[in-house]
Design a protein around this ligand. Structure first.
Ligand SMILES: C[S@@+](CC[C@H](N)C(=O)[O-])C[C@H]1O[C@@H](n2cnc3c(N)ncnc32)[C@H](O)[C@@H]1O
Length: 172
C-alpha cells in the first residue's frame, strides 16, 4: 500500500473530494431526538464522526447524551476549533478529536457512525460500510446510502431540513 499520507498533498486532495460543510445544529438535534425516541441511543455507546469538521456532532453527542464520541478530521483549523469547544464545555473525558485519515481508520467497534459522504465518495468508502459492526447505526447527511442496501437491516429518512435530510441505517 502506498504511503500517500506522508505527502502534504493528500490532505488537500481528500478535502477537495469531501469538502467542509457543516450540518446545521437543528438537524443534529432532530437526528439525536429520533435516535432517542426509537431507543437507539444509550449511555456507554461510542460514536464516531468521519470528517468531524468543527466538532459540532461529537460535542452535541457527548454534551446531551453522555456518550463517548470521537471525531476524525484532517483540517488543522477545524481541529483547533473543535478542541477549544471540547475544553470550553468541559467534555475532554468523553469527547475527542483526532488528526487522522478517516479512510484509513478502524471504526469496527463503533456503535454510531456519523458521515457526510457524497455520492462521488461512494467508490472508495465501501470498505467503511463493510467494516461497521452488525447492529451499529450509520447516519449519512444529505445523500442516501441506497447503493449499500445489501448491508442494511433497517433504514429511515429524517426530513429535518429540505437541504439536509438525514438517512439512517442499521447494519445487518
Ligand atoms: C461535509 S464536512 C462534515 C463536517 C461535520 N461532520 C458536520 O456534519 O458538520 C466533511 C469533513 O471531512 C473532512 N475530511 C475530508 N477528507 C477527510 C479525510 N480523509 N480524513 C478526515 N477528515 C476528512 C473535511 O475536512 C470536512 O471537515
Amino acid at each position: 500500500m502506498s504511503e500517500y499520507w506522508k505527502k502534504e498533498s493528500w490532505k488537500i486532495k481528500t478535502q477537495e473530494d469531501l469538502p467542509y460543510l457543516a450540518t446545521p445544529l437543528k438537524v443534529i438535534k432532530l437526528i439525536f431526538k429520533f435516535l432517542n425516541d426509537k431507543n437507539l441511543i444509550k449511555k456507554g455507546q461510542r460514536l464516531v464522526d468521519l470528517g468531524a469538521g468543527d466538532g459540532r456532532v461529537i460535542v452535541y453527542a457527548s454534551e446531551f447524551y453522555e456518550i463517548e464520541s470521537l471525531g476524525l478530521e484532517i483540517n488543522e483549523n477545524l481541529i483547533k476549533t473543535a478542541e477549544s469547544e471540547i475544553i470550553r464545555k468541559n467534555l475532554s473525558g468523553l469527547c475527542k478529536i483526532k488528526e487522522v485519515d478517516l479512510f484509513n481508520y478502524d471504526i469496527s467497534d463503533m456503535d454510531i457512525v456519523f458521515c457526510f459522504f457524497l455520492p462521488s465518495n461512494y467508490a472508495y468508502c465501501s470498505h467503511i460500510v463493510k467494516m461497521v459492526k452488525s447492529g451499529a447505526i450509520v447516519i449519512n447527511i444529505r445523500w442516501d446510502l441506497k447503493k449499500f442496501k445489501k448491508y442494511w437491516k433497517r433504514s429511515f429518512k429524517i426530513k429535518a431540513d429540505k437541504q439536509f435530510p438525514a438517512y439512517l441505517y442499521i447494519k445487518k
